[in-house]
Design a protein around this ligand. Structure first.
Ligand code: MLT
Length: 406
């Protein structure tokens, strides 16, 4: 008899964004031609930058010529991309990350979801609340939690991210082993200061814990005081893994390219307490289960680091940040407290109502899709997340519609 992994039965029946997509599709069937504006899932709308497209094309041409054709590439990514990443994203900020510390992949969602596989079953895990659901759901699937009761899984340590702490939770009093952090944050849009991140690094060092730092939205940081990478914090290389993505940085949500950084100094422990380097463990997992990102895609990603690519990508992000400003100003002018939207494409709006009820009102009365905050956790109750990823014209129209119904 083929039996299921019963931990899957603890999960909500569908992933948050699939539930929303279903609601929106039901609405569209009942109201064809409603002119829905999507400010829900963080999916980019602008085309790839010109430099990326040119590099993409040339990569495809090379694959069509016997002299330049390539078969399997290195699972960890081509050197040309790993070197460009190390130099531009880290060394330029004083973080001594080497190309060998970088593992190119097809997405930060997969990497943040898969990373838990290499740890023991009975570790103590801390997640922020609200949280990107992938961190939690993948640990539920792996059997590291109990049942879901009162909006939370038993066995996880939840770090409340609230208005009071500016949506940046401090380290817990109790000792935990694995900590998921995401800054600029999805969903709240909050950014972490150097001082706050230093507290986390100090906590991880003193507890022999590991921080999984999701920096997928790093390119949206405009405040020069905010760290772009956890490796800007002294002592972090021993206790932190960082996840980055070209999805939001360069519009690769449909193209797929990301990377995970595991410094060679980073260490974890076996059951006797002996320190074990983390990098070879992930390398073993990655080379066993992954065969690399396609060559043309890696070429396109490496164009992000050329002079023209840097400018084009910055212009694209500035465009979304201007959308974010328009959204934030509109909600603020209507009397809602907002976070995010300045160093992030997400605006976290305090609705004063049940999240799903507010979501339904916006969908039914203004034909606008957002994301209900409670879908990210109990502390998201009463909030919605509004994404700035859409055209200026649609964002402006959405704000006009919202103005009319509020
Ligand atoms: C989001 O809307 O939270 C993101 O687009 C989801 C993701 O990056 O997987």
């Amino acid at each position: 008899m083929i039996r299921i992994n019963e931990h899957y039965e603890k999960l909500a029946s569908s992933y948050l964004f699939s539930t929303i997509a279903k609601k929106v599709s039901d609405y569209t069937v009942k109201n064809p031609g409603a002119g829905i504006i999507r400010l829900g899932i963080g999916d980019v709308t602008l085309p790839l930058a010109k430099s990326c497209i040119e590099a993409f094309h040339s990569g495809v041409e090379e694959m069509g010529d016997e002299k330049t054709f390539r078969g399997y590439g290195p699972e960890q990514g081509y050197d040309f991309l790993r070197q460009a990443i190390a130099r531009n994203d880290f060394q330029s900020r004083g973080a001594e990350i080497s190309p060998d510390d970088i593992f190119v992949s097809d997405g930060a969602k997969c990497d943040t979801g898969n990373f838990q596989e290499i740890f023991a079953q009975d570790i103590k895990i801390a997640v922020p609340d609200p949280v990107y659901p992938v961190y939690v759901d993948t640990n539920v699937m792996a059997g590291r939690t109990g049942a879901f009761t009162n909006g939370r899984y038993e066995g996880l340590v939840y770090l409340d991210s609230t208005e009071e702490n500016g949506f940046v939770p401090p380290p817990p009093r109790d000792k935990v082993d694995l900590i998921y952090l995401c800054f600029p944050n999805n969903p709240t849009g909050a950014a972490v200061s150097r001082k706050q991140l230093t507290e986390w690094v100090d906590y991880a060092r003193s507890s022999k814990a590991l921080i999984l730092f999701d920096a997928a939205y790093e390119a949206f940081i405009r405040d020069p005081q905010i760290p772009h990478s956890i490796y800007e914090i002294p002592g972090s290389k021993e206790v932190a893994v960082e996840f980055r993505s070209f999805s939001k940085t360069a519009g690769f949500t449909g193209t797929r390219c990301a990377f995970t950084v595991i410094p060679r100094e980073c260490q974890v422990y076996d059951s006797t307490g002996k320190a074990v380097p983390l990098q070879p463990l992930w390398n073993r997992r990655h080379t066993t289960k992954f065969n690399g990102v396609s060559y043309p895609v890696q070429k396109a990603a490496s164009a992000v680091y050329t002079a023209s690519g840097k400018k084009e990508v910055k212009d694209i992000i500035d465009y979304y940040l201007e959308n974010a400003k328009i959204i934030r100003e509109k909600f603020t002018s209507l009397g809602f407290a907002c976070t995010g939207g300045d160093n992030s494409p997400y605006i976290w709006v305090k609705t004063g109502k049940d999240s799903w009820e507010f979501f339904d009102t916006l969908l039914e009365k203004a034909r606008i899709v957002t994301t209900p905050g409670v879908g990210f956790g109990r502390c998201g109750s009463g909030y919605i997340r509004v994404s700035a990823f859409n055209s200026r014209q649609k964002v402006e129209e959405a704000m006009e519609r919202i103005g009319k119904i509020i």
